[in-house]
Ligand binder design. Structure first.
Ligand code: DQA
Length: 149
């Protein structure tokens, strides 16, 4: 079975509590459950990691090296300023998709910049929890196509 790592950055453990108008009512646990079901449908063995700390996210990314087939990451606010997370993703050379619940392009100016997107195979944003589901589908398709090409 292919191994998929899902990484949630800072404050995402507060989903269902924080800014419900922007991020929705669903809790962190219920979103993870839905993602888990979808991952299984697509034959992924899912490992979920959340941290509010940049270094812990980097340690986890490094731990994925050589053992994980794909990564879906919502780096939260680190998206907009973490060169270190960017470099970690580049270093491990694992197909990675950046996802966001909100549309980072139609909010505050600082959210329009992602330092992470250039080292990812793609970015999905603006579809709430479905951004993660779309990420799983996209990763599945990507992995099948690189295998067959
Ligand atoms: C977010 C968007 C970020 O700008 C913000 O800092 C978050 C959540 C999203 O999923 O929409 O924490 O990554």
């Amino acid at each position: 079975m292919r191994k998929l790592a899902l990484i949630h950055g800072p404050n995402l453990n507060f989903l269902g509590i924080r800014n419900k108008e922007v991020y929705g009512q669903d809790t962190f646990e219920s979103i993870n459950q839905e993602i888990g079901k979808e991952a299984l449908e697509y034959n992924f063995d899912l490992e979920i990691f959340q941290s509010n700390h940049e270094g812990e996210i980097i340690d986890f990314l490094q731990s994925c090296y050589g053992r994980v087939d794909g990564i879906i990451i919502n780096p939260g606010a680190f998206t907009h300023y973490s060169y270190a997370i960017r470099d970690a993703i580049e270093s491990i050379s694992i197909p990675t998709i950046e996802v966001h619940l909100s549309n980072i392009n139609n909010r505050e100016e600082f959210r329009k910049t992602s330092f992470i997107a250039p080292v990812c195979i793609g970015q999905i944003c603006g579809f709430g929890k479905y951004s993660y589901i779309l990420g799983i589908k996209a990763l599945d398709d990507y992995l099948q196509n690189i295998k067959h090409s």
